[in-house]
Structures are given as structure tokens and as C-alpha cells.
Design a binder for this molecule. Structure first.
Ligand SMILES: C[S@@+](CC[C@H](N)C(=O)[O-])C[C@H]1O[C@@H](n2cnc3c(N)ncnc32)[C@H](O)[C@@H]1O
Length: 276
């Protein structure tokens, strides 16, 4: 695709970008040749990757509906990506038209396209910010205008933290978020795990993503569980995505959940966490 109204001048068209690669895996059109070429190389390493991403989107829809059922009416989606089918505001506002949604992404294309899609919507915004600077991210004025941090919030960071390879920094991001949330809030994470990927494929994938906008790390289930340390995980806990409260026996990859190579979990914050 040539650069259209959804592109911005500050992109690097020669470097594959993980937001646009994800868009390509999901069948979207907001990607460039360099993104498609890198995504095709990743698909050659792990051919089930498109299904993984679809299972992640299905997890997103199920968790947003679950949060709505718990009375959550404000959502913060960090690393939201390029809009595709079933975005959080669509799922949330279908259940509660008064729900507010703030999207955050570090990719200018994802943010520009989201802002175009959201123009004229009073209850939903998308802001450009880097989750690796969580204190700054949480001070964004557009976010503060729409979300009330003294009330319960649903925070989703799906397929984000594996793009923060530094373990200490990834934990700092999560702990800063946790400290900002009122009791009754929920934290939803999904994260690629290396537990079921052959060593060879994991090494190749890590090398491939090292040459994109965001290097990747597939953490072990124990490492991913650390993000929820001290919190009460909602049953069934931290599980392969298709196993998290499936809705139908025919749900994608439910017959072989480990093929999703991604763990997901939802935790409720019962009390305000200390500042990290
Ligand atoms: C694989 S996509 C996931 C999109 C969406 N969360 C989902 O699960 O469908 C990862 C997104 O995280 C964004 N991202 C990566 N590192 C980020 C960071 N440090 N701050 C904010 N966004 C980031 C990328 O730009 C990309 O849009």
C-alpha cells in the first residue's frame, strides 16, 4: 500500500514495525512492503502465527465482556495497535454505551489511524505514548480528561510486554500501573511464552524481531506470572489464551491451546498498590 492519510511523516518505512506486522497477520491493509516481508518470514518460522493473533483478539473480546459484567465502565488499552475488527470501544460500548475507552500506542501509524477512526466519538480517544515511561504515559492530558483514576478501571496490555525485553523495566511498567489504579480495578495481560516453542524457532523469531521496531522476548510462564504477583487472578488463572473462559467448544485453538504460544490472565486489584 502506498502511504495514505493514515501514515505520518515520522515513521521509518525501511524498518519493519510490529504494529503494522500485527495488522498484516490479522489481514489488515495498514502495512508496508517491509512489514509484510518481515511478517512472512515470521510465518515461515511459526506458520500458526495468524491463528495466534486471532486467538489474542478473541481473548480481548471475552475479557472486555467479562469486565463489563463486573461493572467496569472505563478502559485503558495500552499497546492498542492499529484498529481492526472488534476493538475495545466497540465491544465495551455495545455492552454499555456510556463506557469510556483510552487507547495508547507508541506507533505513530497506529495512533494516526485510530484517531481518524475515532474522530467525533466523545467517549474514546487514542494517545501517542511509550509504555516504557509509564509515569509520563499516565499523565497524558487526554487520558486524564476521560478516565477517572479514583474509580475502578479495566487496564489491558495485550501482547505488549513481550516487546519490553528488559525484565526489570517490564515489571516497573506493571507496578506503576498497579499503583495508579483504584481498588476494584482489573489488570488484563497477554504475553508470548517460549514454553512450548522449539528452541530453534524461538531463536529465529527473536533474531527476526531484533531487526524490527521492537525486539521481542518470549518469557516463561513463571516470569509472566510475576506480573500478577500479590494479585488475585480470576479463574481459570494464567492460561493459554483459548482456555480463558471459552464461549464455545469450537473456539479457535481450543482443541490445542498451547498452539496459541501466548498466556493470558485477568486479575482484580483489591487494594491500592504501593508506588514502585
Ligand atoms: C502485537 S500488537 C498488539 C495490539 C493489541 N494490544 C492486541 O492485542 O490486539 C503490539 C502493539 O504494542 C505497541 N507497542 C510496543 N511497544 C510499545 C510501547 N513501549 N509503548 C506503547 N505501545 C507499544 C506496538 O506499537 C503495537 O501496536
Amino acid at each position: 500500500m502506498s502511504q495514505g492519510s493514515w501514515t505520518t511523516p515520522d515513521i521509518s518505512p525501511d524498518i519493519p514495525n510490529v504494529a503494522r506486522m500485527y495488522d498484516y497477520y490479522l489481514g489488515g491493509f495498514h502495512n508496508f512492503a517491509v512489514d509484510r516481508a518481515a511478517a512472512e518470514r515470521a510465518l515461515a518460522i511459526y506458520p500458526g502465527l495468524r491463528l495466534v493473533m486471532q486467538a489474542n483478539r478473541a481473548f480481548l473480546r471475552r475479557t472486555v465482556r467479562y469486565l463489563l459484567d463486573q461493572g467496569i465502565d472505563q478502559f485503558l488499552d495500552i499497546g492498542s495497535g492499529i484498529p481492526t475488527a472488534g476493538n475495545i470501544h466497540e465491544v465495551a460500548q455495545a455492552g454499555n454505551p456510556q463506557a469510556t475507552v483510552v487507547y495508547v500506542d507508541a506507533d505513530p501509524v497506529a495512533v494516526a489511524h485510530s484517531q481518524t477512526r475515532l474522530s467525533g466519538q466523545p467517549r474514546t480517544v487514542c494517545v501517542l505514548a511509550d509504555a516504557r515511561q509509564p509515569e509520563e504515559m499516565l499523565q497524558q492530558p487526554e487520558m486524564r480528561q476521560l478516565l477517572r483514576f479514583d474509580r475502578p478501571l479495566g487496564v489491558l496490555a495485550l501482547m505488549l510486554l513481550h516487546f519490553v525485553p528488559d525484565d526489570a523495566l517490564a515489571l516497573h511498567v506493571v507496578h506503576t500501573l498497579r499503583a495508579a489504579l483504584a481498588p476494584g480495578s482489573f489488570l488484563v495481560l497477554s504475553h508470548a511464552t517460549g514454553d512450548q516453542i522449539p528452541d530453534d524457532a524461538r531463536t529465529q523469531m527473536t533474531k527476526l524481531y531484533a531487526n524490527t521496531s521492537h525486539p521481542i522476548i518470549a518469557r516463561s510462564s513463571q516470569q509472566i506470572a510475576q506480573f500478577f504477583d500479590g494479585l488475585q487472578l480470576v479463574p481459570p488463572g494464567l492460561v493459554y489464551l483459548p482456555m480463558w473462559r471459552p464461549e464455545d467448544p469450537d473456539d479457535l485453538l481450543l482443541d490445542d491451546p498451547a498452539r496459541s504460544i501466548t498466556l493470558g490472565g485477568v486479575a482484580e486489584l483489591r487494594q491500592r498498590a504501593a508506588q514502585p
